[in-house]
Design a protein around this ligand. Structure first.
Ligand SMILES: Cc1ncc(C[n+]2csc(CCOP(=O)(O)OP(=O)(O)O)c2C)c(N)n1
Ligand SMILES: [Mg+2]
Length: 622
């Protein structure tokens, strides 16, 4: 069939399906786009000609479009995503951060940046990077290290193998991440006789592979030898829809469960074996049991520094790891016994192979006791009654109370992700959506939009800091445009408070983190006088973008604003100011952030001494 490259690509994308466990889904839920000369006449024309093929969503910042696609993909457990089309130059490079975020989080997104003319006839075109020593380099080469698959379509017929490779990687649970097909603007518009087979419906089967017998036997022997085993549940467990299998495994074996950021929600918070968050932002329940664990079973985790507390969380002399992971790269970490396979299938097999074996009753009871003690601590922090300004933990409590059991909380950067990791009471495996692989400021609203597009039946609560809001509020407009109802709670603490606290703990006094006016003669931005704090009006700002916007001065007002948001419909932004010095404490954990070895500041020298002492606890597992 004679089509342009862009027309063939749009038809191809509309015909891609995935199937797992006999259930089939369309893979692409639509296409986000911002047009410029690099895609308006190519991909733009193709979407215009057949708007029925792929729903078009207008983005307002290319990075935000990718965040929305990531939110969508995560909500769909990697069985669906959105495509993103941009112009060349800045429109394209605006997606690089989103690409890195997708790849770090192992979430599929398809990026279609426009590219310079393949013919080179009109060079240099507007926004073209000219490399005097390499004619084939364009700004899109920035996508290479942050994409799991990259190709540039220099000739029309090249689309066929490239599109098939793109799909292979997108649906592959071990390899997935950002996939980039750079589309030179002239090639997008060139016609070619595409084979019919290329444009027909294609169903990609997503398998549930099992680890090999030898590794399973080894893992079972290690687990049977354990007296204090612990499961660390990661995002892979949720993407594999393995929560039920995990519950059965834990009921039978009595092994307690700690959760990473991406894995939070693997177990309901009130299950007696649930220890909640682990690591730097962990609970005392999980961190105490991690410290003494002799066998740690990581399921679908990439063992980030936040999970391992920079390699200080697991302190038992002869602790051993078993890693269930779809990617052998992650399964090999911590010198673990690698069980390369699907989390659900592997957990079901392990449950059978461990039949009859379980931890002793005292260990089971210890986990149950810690679960209850931790929940009491959550209750305390939800109800601090801090005055005159409330504490952030009370905001989390009010939002948790307002959210239904299947609603979703969305966050990404600042102090909020750590506090949510500790305090959010999760009741549904998809109820907790904190992007903490890249922890990208600006993800919150755009990611929340993607979550809602993927799961319109769920309420979506976006918690966003004032700093993150200022970085990328544009997709608020998209939410209003699309009639997508988000409830956004903007937590105003007049700056980058999380980094301010980190800075204070490292001897640098919160330098550069408060939002304040520079006064004459001041070298730094160092005044904390109320009259020097920037008077930013976030209510007016959000209202000007089309949202319902209200201010809550107290937790009681926040609760009624959350109630009103449910009935009002549309996207609501609730702005609440919190006490920036009333943070949630850390619980028996540490994070490796290097401190200056020499400094004029005595506080920095002290911090360096403490740092060197703490670093001594870091372990390497070989
Ligand atoms: C895009 C990006 N830039 C910088 C950072 C480093 N960073 C992490 S948290 C943070 C401050 C976030 O401020 P805000 O959203 O107001 O949250 P708060 O820290 O006040 O809780 C910064 C600058 C980041 N994570 N992402
Ligand atoms: Mg802030």
């Amino acid at each position: 069939m004679r089509l342009t490259v862009a027309q063939a690509l749009v038809r191809f994308l509309a015909q891609q399906y995935v199937e797992r466990d006999g259930v089939e889904h369309r893979f692409f839920g639509g296409c986000f786009g911002i047009f410029g000369h690099g895609n308006v006449a190519g991909v733009g024309e193709a979407l215009y000609e057949h708007p029925d093929l792929l729903t078009y969503y207008q983005g307002h910042n290319e990075q935000g479009m990718v965040h929305a696609a990531v939110g969508y993909a995560r909500m769909r457990n990697r069985l669906g995503t959105l495509a993103c089309t941009t112009s060349i130059g800045p429109g394209a490079t605006n997606m690089v951060t989103g690409a890195a975020l997708a790849t770090v989080n192992r979430l599929p997104v398809l990026l279609l940046p426009g590219d310079v003319f393949a013919s080179r006839r009109p060079d240099p075109v507007l926004q073209q990077l000219e490399d005097p020593s390499a004619g084939d380099v364009s700004v899109n080469d920035c996508f290479r290290p942050v994409s799991r698959y990259f190709d540039r379509i220099w000739r029309p017929e090249q689309l066929v193998p490239a599109a098939l490779q793109a799909m292979r990687v997108l649906v592959n649970q071990a390899e997935t991440g950002a996939v980039t097909l750079a589309l030179p603007q002239d090639v997008q518009t060139e016609a070619y006789d595409f084979p019919e087979g290329f444009l027909e419906k294609r169903v990609w089967h997503v398998p549930r592979p099992l680890p090999d017998q030898h590794s399973l036997a080894q893992a079972v022997a290690v687990i049977r030898s354990a007296r204090r085993p612990l499961v660390v549940a990661g995002g892979g467990l949720i993407y594999s829809e393995a929560s039920e299998a995990l519950l059965v495994f834990c009921e039978r074996t009595g092994i307690p469960v700690a959760e990473t950021q991406a894995g939070k929600g693997s177990m309901p918070y009130d299950h007696r074996s649930a220890l909640g968050a682990i690591g730097v932002t962990g609970t005392f329940a999980a961190n105490r049991m991690a410290a003494d664990a002799d066998v740690v079973i990581g399921i679908g985790t990439r063992w980030s520094d936040f999970t391992t507390a920079s390699k200080t969380a697991f302190r038992a002399g002869r602790v051993r790891f078993v890693n269930v992971n779809i990617a052998d790269f992650d399964a090999a970490k911590q010198a673990g016994v690698g069980l390369v396979g699907d989390a659900r299938a592997t957990l079901e097999r392990l449950t059978v192979l461990l039949d009859g074996w379980h931890v002793d009753d005292a260990y089971r009871a210890e986990a149950a006791r810690l679960n209850a003690e931790w929940d009491a601590e959550v209750g305390r922090l939800y109800n601090l009654g801090h005055a005159p300004l409330p504490a952030q933990s009370e905001v989390i409590g009010a939002v948790n109370d307002a959210a239904g059991p299947h609603d979703v909380v969305v966050c990404a950067a600042g102090a909020m992700p750590g506090d949510l990791h500790k305090l959010w009471r999760t009741r549904d495996p998809k109820g907790y959506h904190v992007e903490y692989g890249f922890s990208c400021m600006g993800y919150e609203i755009a990611g929340g939009l993607g979550v809602k597009l993927a799961a319109p039946e769920r309420g979506v609560y976006v918690l966003v800091g004032d700093g993150s809001y200022l970085m990328l509020p544009g997709e608020l407009v998209t939410a209003v445009q699309e009639g997508v109802n988000l409830t956004i709670i903007l937590v105003d603490n007049h700056g980058h408070n999380s980094i301010g606290s980190l800075s204070r703990s490292l001897g640098t006094d919160g330098f550069g983190t408060l939002f304040r006016l520079r006064r004459d003669g001041s070298l730094g931005l160092d005044s904390e006088r109320p009259e020097d704090i920037l008077p930013l009006d976030f209510v007016a700002n959000a209202a000007s973008l089309g949202a319902r916007a209200v201010r809550a001065g107290t937790i009681a007002e926040l609760r009624s604003a959350l109630d009103e948001a449910k009935t009002a419909g549309g996207t609501t932004v609730i702005v609440i100011e919190v006490d920036r010095y009333e943070g949630v404490p850390g619980y028996e954990s540490w994070w490796d952030v290097a401190v200056s070895e020499v400094s004029d500041a005595p506080a920095v020298r002290t911090a360096r001494e403490e740092y060197e002492a703490a670093r001594g606890d870091e372990r390497s597992f070989v």
